[in-house]
Design a protein around this ligand. Structure first.
Ligand SMILES: [Zn+2]
Length: 414
């Protein structure tokens, strides 16, 4: 009898202590979406809102887009270890590892020692991981989440490091130099395939191959021939977009383990390098569509999901004004034109030159967009958040704080 009473007492005590422990415990994010708009400063976001009001309602005003409706707004500094103006690889390193580095370095400290991306910490903690971009996956931002290189342009070495990451899902524009700069190396696609990645070209192939895949590399239908997804402004019906990648990644990664996914809208930056306002705006709206997919997921799992949307830096020194006067004309950004009519080619974006430069300059004058640079600026970038742990992202922070806050929200040791 006494033994029975004692075991009953122990059982009651363990229930009480377990439940009190459980209710004291802070909720942790099981599903995390980390969106990075490359080159997306405050002006790019606000311009997207103004353009949306013009396009949808034909009015002066601003329509909130998916992530500008989020309840938490913060602001992050973007400077690198070597200059106030960062490049994408130093900024990507800050956003992926929580450490500043020199411009041109990727996933390594200024003294060239390797830094660990939070994607690895989160993966080691048992979550599934996805990395996506609208540009090539060996580019600075996605590369910063799985690779280390003292040279961000060492695309081949970055690409082959994907094979060792063991992350479950990669999606986007493939590789720039899959066989190395001289084309004499083993194909990065073959190396990745040998490590157990199933490569799918396009959404149809993804649907047929995903069932038998432990790890997936999803490319657009053009497969290995193309390095980036088309600009939203040029997109054909069957072309893949960032929101397709998010939908696919959710399908592939959702489950008991939880997931962390980083998705980059990489071509806001390219358009802004060209000072092409309309293309930059449409890329920003495209990111908003992708965030909307994550938001719909959040609505189904509000107690387990965190969405963070930020940028690595601002590009172009974009201003919503041109010289003097009190007027801007969003209606001048002709919705019918494709980027082939009014943007420079992707290969000449860095120089801000090209056959169409004159057209872009004229359009900027007519719509009255100002640009101060064909490169990046030192402006702070916005941070938007919703969900579990989102309150951590309010107010001013440094870009190196963001990955630390994500780990903290997930209960992963940084
Ligand atoms: Zn850039």
């Amino acid at each position: 009898m006494r033994i029975k009473l004692l075991s009953l007492l122990i059982a009651i005590l363990s229930i009480v202590s377990f439940s009190s422990c459980d209710c004291c415990k802070e909720k942790e994010a099981k599903y995390v979406f980390y969106f990075i708009g490359d080159g997306m400063g405050f002006s790019q976001v606000v311009a997207a809102e103004y353009y949306s009001a013009f396009l949808e309602d034909g009015r002066i005003g601003n329509n909130s887009i998916s992530f500008t409706k989020f309840p938490v707004l913060g602001m992050a500094s973007s400077y690198s270890a070597s200059n106030i103006i960062t490049c994408s690889s130093a900024a990507g390193t800050a956003l992926s590892t929580g450490f500043k580095t020199n411009n041109g370095f990727l996933g390594v400290a200024p003294d060239s020692t390797d830094l660990e991306s939070i994607a690895y910490k989160i993966h080691d903690a048992g979550f599934k991981v996805g990395v996506m971009s609208t540009v090539s996956l060996d580019h600075a931002t996605p590369g910063a989440f799985y690779a280390n290189s003292v040279k961000r342009s060492d695309y081949y070495s970055i690409a082959v490091q994907m094979a060792d990451s063991d992350f479950e899902f990669f999606g986007g524009g493939g590789f720039i130099d899959p066989k190395g700069k001289k084309g004499d190396q083993r194909s990065a696609y073959d190396i990745i395939g040998e490590e157990g990645y199933v490569i799918a070209a396009g959404m149809d192939e993804f649907q047929t191959k995903k069932g038998n895949a432990e790890k997936m590399l999803l490319l657009q239908a053009a497969g290995v021939e193309s390095h980036e997804l088309p600009y939203a402004i040029d997109r054909g019906e069957d072309d893949m977009k960032l929101s397709d990648l998010i939908t696919s990644a959710i399908e592939f990664l959702e489950g008991e383990d939880g997931f962390f996914m980083m998705a980059e809208a990489g071509r806001i930056d390219w358009a802004a390098h060209s000072n092409d306002a309309k293309t930059a705006i449409l890329e920003t709206l495209d990111l908003a569509d992708a965030v909307e997919v994550a938001y719909q997921f959040y609505l189904k799992h509000p107690d387990q999901t965190l969405i963070v949307v930020t940028a690595d830096h601002e590009t172009g020194g974009m201003a919503l004004a041109y010289k003097g006067g009190y007027h801007m004309y969003f209606d001048k950004l002709d919705p019918q034109k494709t980027s082939k009519d009014n943007t420079v080619s992707a290969t000449s974006y860095e120089a801000g030159t090209g056959n169409a430069k004159e057209d872009i300059d004229n359009l900027n004058k007519e719509a009255r967009f100002g640009w101060t640079s064909s490169s990046h600026s030192a402006a702070n970038v916005p941070v938007f958040a919703i969900g579990v742990g989102s309150e951590k992202f309010a107010g001013k922070m440094d870009n190196t704080d963001i990955p630390k806050k994500i780990c903290s929200a997930m209960g992963v040791e940084f």
